[in-house]
Each structure stands twice: as C-alpha cells, then as structure tokens.
Write a protein that binds this ligand. Structure first.
Ligand SMILES: Cc1cc2nc3c(=O)[nH]c(=O)nc-3n(C[C@H](O)[C@H](O)[C@H](O)COP(=O)(O)OP(=O)(O)OC[C@H]3O[C@@H](n4cnc5c(N)ncnc54)[C@H](O)[C@@H]3O)c2cc1C
Length: 415
C-alpha cells in the first residue's frame, strides 16, 4: 500500500518510519527545507510522562480568566473574536471537571510512558544520538505549592509513576549548580523522566527511514489541499500544483492539521498554543545543570541539550502567530540567569517560538477520519508531542494494520 504522510515534525517522521518498517510504501511531505523545523525544533526536550496532567483541569477556568486580566498563568488566552477558538474553548471548559481531568491525564500518561520506551528503543536500534539525559527536577518556591502539586500528581503515582519529594538540600546534592540557590523550597524528582533533543532525533530518524526503509522524503513541498471523492481522499495538491496520489493519507502536520483537513470540510479540534523558546551556548560546563526540569513557580522549563542550554515558557492561545516580541524573553533570561548565572552566554541567545497542537481534552487524535476510509490523523499532542511521538506512531501503525494497539485507544479517537 502507498501512504503519504503530511508533515515532517517529530510525529510525522516517527509515523513515516513505523509505517515503512511495517511494509508500507511511504512518502513523507514536509513544507520546510528540513524535517523537524516547527514545534519539534524549539521544544524544551523533556521526555516527561510525569508532566501528563491535563491542561483542562478544575483550576483551568479561573486561570484563564486571570490570564485575560494579565496574570502570569500556565495557559493564557489572547481574547479575540474567533469562532474556531470559541468552539474549542467550550469543549475545553467541558473537560475541566475532576473526573474528566483524571481520565484525560491517564490517557496522556499511558501513551507517554509507552512512548518513552519506544523513543529509547528506536534510538538504540538505529544508533541515534540525541543528548539523552535521565531524571528531571520540578522546582517549587514554596511548600504549599509543592504539597498541592504532589496531591495533583497522586493520580499518576497510583499508576506507577516513580517520583519523590526533595528538600532544597537534596536538590543541591542531585544538581550541584543549584546548591544554596535562593528561592527553592523543594522539588519533585521525576526519577524516570528524562530529556533529549527532539530535532536531532527526528532528523537522524528521517535519514534512517530514507536510507534503510525506502521512505521518500519530499521537503520544501506544501500540501495546499486534499481532494476527496465520496468516502475516499484521492490526492493531495501541492503548492507547485502537483497532485500526489496514494492509497492512504496521514495528516501529521501539528497545528496545521485542521487547516489541511478543512479543505475537505473536516473539522479537527486542534488549536495552537504558542510557546517561547530561548537557546544559549554553554560557556562553562561546570556551571550548567546536568539535567532538565521545570521552574514550576515561574513557569519556565529548562534543559541541557549537549553544549546548549534551552529554556521555554508560556502557552498562549493566540492563533497561528509566531512573532517573537523581545519583551517575551526577558522573563526567560531572568530565570536562566538566576539559576545558572555563569553557565551560558546570555548575550548570544537564539530566540524563537513554536506552536503546540492542543486538543481541548489533552490527548492527541490517532484515528481514522469519520468520513473517509483512507484518511488518518496523528496530531494534537499539545505540550507532550516529543514525549508521545514514537508511541503515537506505533499506535497509528497498529490501528492501520488492524492489530491490537500497544496502549488502549479509548481517549485517542476522533472527537
Ligand atoms: C515552547 C515549546 C516547548 C515544548 N516542550 C516540550 C517538551 O519539553 N516535551 C515534549 O514532549 N513536548 C514539548 N513541546 C511540544 C512538542 O514540541 C510538540 O507537541 C511536537 O513537536 C509536535 O510535533 P508535530 O510533529 O505534531 O508538529 P510540528 O513539529 O509542528 O511539525 C509539523 C510539521 O508539519 C509541517 N507542515 C505544516 N503544514 C504543512 C503542509 N501544508 N504541507 C507539508 N508540511 C506541512 C510543518 O512544517 C512542520 O514541520 C513543546 C512545544 C513548544 C512550542
């Protein structure tokens, strides 16, 4: 069977690779000159089942209201008249009950946990080097916030997630550059969480997919629309006017998935959640953290990716805007300089932004279109797309082949 995978982020690359390994004849189409140039290029690199808590939580509605009035909250909305965002928002609010929060969190967690093993397995099999590190620190500035977070994480601990609470002294023992740092009340140590460079991973995996598994990679090609006849998609039209035909199509274009699906009248509930990302060259290894983590009080994630220090922040519902106003990075720089003052050259930062593909409930959609027999979607991985990438690719491949998926797909279906 011939399959066209649209979108060469870490999810699309992993999908093309798994389908090809399963015997499919795969073409991967990517708009940019290289794969992994969207969200997959700028993320914090955290491979973190321990951060599977769904954004749609009982606390979220209050947080969104506060964000409209300028508060620094985990998720923010830039209010504007937008029927698509309004529809998405209504669905998001419906998911904020305690029961839906727990259920969505577990769906994300099971997929993330499985996917973490898949990332390691693929990297080992294919000899991929991607600055992998083990263990993450979630830092808290006050005991109250730490206790509240620990309670919220209970749902994951009950399902086997290994975490422990650290005192400020223990944080310093584990991560010497944070010893004695002001403003740390304690931390949650994600013992089994880790990190790695998702762009490096995806680019090497694409090379392997092409060289060893016969994947055809078409870069600098944008799919402008799909063409459907009855219940089948028959072609993808490109910006060069070419018609790409195949037996099957997979939409794995991150936040652009709904825009492509719309061309055949299909609604996919994914909204971009914009994040800012800064990368600094490390100038003193001994002053840089050994691992990554999240400053939970100031809402900044950090990771060491080889000789670079990356920090990311903010989830802003602002449409497909990817502008990078300078003032957005002042907070990230402040956090970086306060934790690791001598580690990196903070005057040589690369500043960019990326769009997380967010579904209202949190888990991605890994399913067939309800109206087309040969169109599949693997998108909507939100803030955990790197973590979930390889597992999602396997789930999709199993579903297409009619095999039992490796994790329950209840919660990953069309909705
Ligand atoms: C600031 C930030 C920090 C993050 N931190 C983490 C983290 O620490 N851990 C984690 O697990 N996740 C993290 N994420 C989330 C993660 O990066 C995303 O969920 C993941 O990269 C999504 O991958 P994707 O392949 O679906 O989308 P993308 O990486 O956006 O890839 C989609 C691809 O589709 C291509 N495309 C789009 N339209 C077309 C078209 N019409 N034709 C052809 N190609 C097209 C794009 O060019 C792009 O390359 C973060 C995201 C951001 C923005």
């Amino acid at each position: 069977m011939t399959t066209i995978v649209i979108g060469g982020g870490v999810v699309g690359v992993a999908t093309a690779y798994e389908l090809a390994r399963d015997g499919e004849d795969v073409t991967l189409v990517e708009r940019d000159p290289t794969v992994a140039s969207g969200a997959s290029a700028v993320n914090a690199g955290l491979i973190t089942p321990g951060h599977s808590l769904a954004w749609a939580s009982p606390q979220a509605p209050g947080m969104l209201v506060r964000s409209v009035f300028g508060a620094r909250t985990v998720i923010r909305v830039r209010p504007r008249p937008d029927p698509r965002l309004a529809r998405w928002g209504v669905r998001f609010l419906r998911e904020c009950t305690p029961a839906r929060f727990a259920r969505n969190t577990l769906v994300k967690y099971e997929l993330s946990r499985y996917s973490q093993t898949c990332i390691d397995e693929v990297a080992e099999r294919e000899g991929i080097a991607f600055d992998r590190e083990q263990g993450l620190l979630y830092l808290f500035a006050d005991d109250e916030a730490l206790t509240a977070a620990w309670q919220r994480l209970g749902v994951l601990h009950e399902h086997g997630l290994e975490q422990r609470i650290l005192t400020a002294d223990e944080v310093g023992q584990l991560e010497p550059v944070l010893a004695g740092a002001p403003g740390i009340a304690g931390a949650v140590h994600g013992v089994t969480d880790g990190l790695g460079d998702s762009a490096a991973f995806a680019r090497q995996l694409a090379d392997v997919a092409v060289a060893d598994h016969g994947v055809r990679l078409e870069t600098s090609v944008t799919v402008t629309q799909l063409v459907a006849e009855g219940s089948r998609v028959v072609a993808a039209v490109t910006d060069t006017g070419d018609l790409l035909t195949a037996d099957r199509f997979v939409l794995a274009a991150g936040t652009f998935t709904p825009l492509i699906a719309e061309t055949i009248g299909l609604r996919v509930p994914i909204e971009p959640a914009k994040g800012y990302s800064a990368t600094f060259p490390i100038v003193d290894e001994s002053q840089a953290p050994l691992r990554g983590g999240v400053d939970e009080s100031r809402l900044v994630a950090f990771s060491r990716l080889g000789d670079r220090l990356r920090l990311t922040s903010t989830a802003e519902f602002a449409g497909w805007d990817t502008t990078t106003p300078t003032e957005r990075f002042a907070h990230i720089r402040d956090v970086a300089a306060s934790w690791f003052p001598h580690a990196a050259d903070y005057d040589a930062g690369e500043y960019t932004s990326g769009l997380r593909p967010a579904t209202p409930d949190g888990p991605p959609i890994i399913d067939r279109s309800p109206r087309h027999t040969n169109l599949w979607v693997n998108a909507g991985h939100g803030h955990l797309g790197w973590t979930m990438s390889c597992g999602s690719a396997r789930v999709l491949t199993a579903r297409i082949a009619g095999h039992t998926p490796p994790v329950p797909v209840d919660g990953l279906g069309w909705r």
